[in-house]
Design a binder for this molecule. Structure first.
Ligand code: FAD
Length: 321
């Protein structure tokens, strides 16, 4: 059944986040041959519309306002609802990011529809659209179908491949004017502590450090390896609690969930709460002095050794490639 599907393009620092293109790919499956409409919300985001089209959107609707320059639940939900009212979609897809996690339940409740969050896979099976999502901290997966209302899902970054970019593709880019009012929060300044370089939740390579790094300086070899591999640095809660790094790097049940192509755990024991945030990574490499460490149970490759010897050796070898 062909559907009209809205896909939110998520903008950060003037650029579209990768998850926007992954959401378009998921939206294409959900649309089942119907129309795919990209939605851009912000201030001065018009120039990004063409990129959404190149990645597969048929056309793009933009809501621009100075008050939308920074994300706020009130502002974005007013803008997104205006697009929903104008377009009357049968499906909505957003990234399962901090923004999507905040915005999607608000929109779902306004539309009085269900929401399937943190989807890792969408396909058509037995005539139904099937959404797969992890449960029990990634230990099992459940498959959901929607029997009524709008098909509304958030997708986990790094799980659904974007469609091939078509540079020559064109499509309509239009604007909707919305009066943004009654904002209960206004963001005056964004202070970033640790997100220099690659965004942790979208990184293809993550080098994570645990209590085994022993100090803030102990993260330096990990940062060097991450730089050589074009990856991001993450951490266990053990390392964050010990003040070796900022909590924004924490991966796990109470931190970020990551699914990179390559996850290198350095001096991390592999507590169940940590595994909840990284065990679905495509390839896991563990470096630990203790051959009995739990992390080796989920690792594809294990290196028993001192991370301060192994990590610099890896960095030197990767530099040669
Ligand atoms: P440790 O368990 O102390 O492990 C350090 C490891 O480093 C050891 O295996 C040791 O052999 C190895 N090591 C030491 N020196 C070296 C060296 N030179 N070279 C190589 N290896 C070395 N944790 C998370 O990570 N994320 C979460 O989101 C999270 N949420 C939690 C929520 C709750 C409700 C609770 C109760 C706990 C949570 N935790 C979380 C904490 C979790 O239980 C563990 O305490 C924590 O993950 C341990 O961190 P770690 O592996 O860095 O430290």
């Amino acid at each position: 059944m062909a559907r009209k599907v809205l896909v939110l393009g998520e903008v950060r620092d003037g650029s579209l986040r990768n998850v926007s293109f992954e959401a378009i790919a998921a939206g294409k499956t959900v649309a089942e041959g119907g129309e795919l409409v990209g939605v851009l919300i912000g201030n001065n985001v018009n120039a990004l519309g063409q990129e959404l089209i190149q990645y597969g959107a048929d056309r793009v609707v933009i809501v621009e306002d100075e008050k939308l320059a920074q994300y706020s639940s009130d502002g974005y939900s007013q803008a997104f609802m205006a697009v929903v009212e104008a377009e009357n979609p049968e499906g909505i897809i957003m990234g399962h990011t901090a923004l999507g996690k905040d915005l999607s339940p608000k929109i779902a409740s306004k539309l009085e529809t269900g929401l399937i969050s943190d989807v890792t896979h969408v396909d058509v099976s037995g005539g139904n659209l099937v959404f797969t999502r992890p449960i029990y901290s990634g230990k099992a997966f459940e498959k959901k179908i929607v029997t009524d209302g709008i098909l509304f899902a958030t997708i986990r970054p790094n799980n659904i491949n974007p469609l091939e970019k078509e540079d020559a593709k064109t499509g309509d880019i239009s604007s909707i004017s919305v009066e943004i009012k009654d904002l209960r929060t206004i963001i005056k300044e964004v202070v970033r502590k640790a997100s220099e370089g690659v965004d942790l939740s979208e990184a293809k390579v993550v080098i994570a450090g645990g209590r085994g790094v022993k100090s803030a300086d102990g993260f330096e070899p990990l940062k060097e390896l991450a730089e050589v591999l074009g990856g991001a640095v993450g951490a266990s809660r053990g390392a964050c609690d010990a003040d070796y790094c900022d909590y924004s790097l924490q991966i796990g049940q109470t931190g970020k969930v990551v699914t990179p192509d390559l996850y290198i755990a350095c001096g991390i024991s592999g507590a169940i709460q940590h595994l909840a945030g990284m065990s679905n990574s495509k390839v896991i490499v563990a470096i630990n002095k203790d051959p009995e460490a739990n992390i080796f149970k989920v690792a594809d490759y294990g290196i028993v050794g001192d991370l301060f010897e192994v990590v610099p050796m890896l960095t030197e070898e990767f530099k040669k490639l």
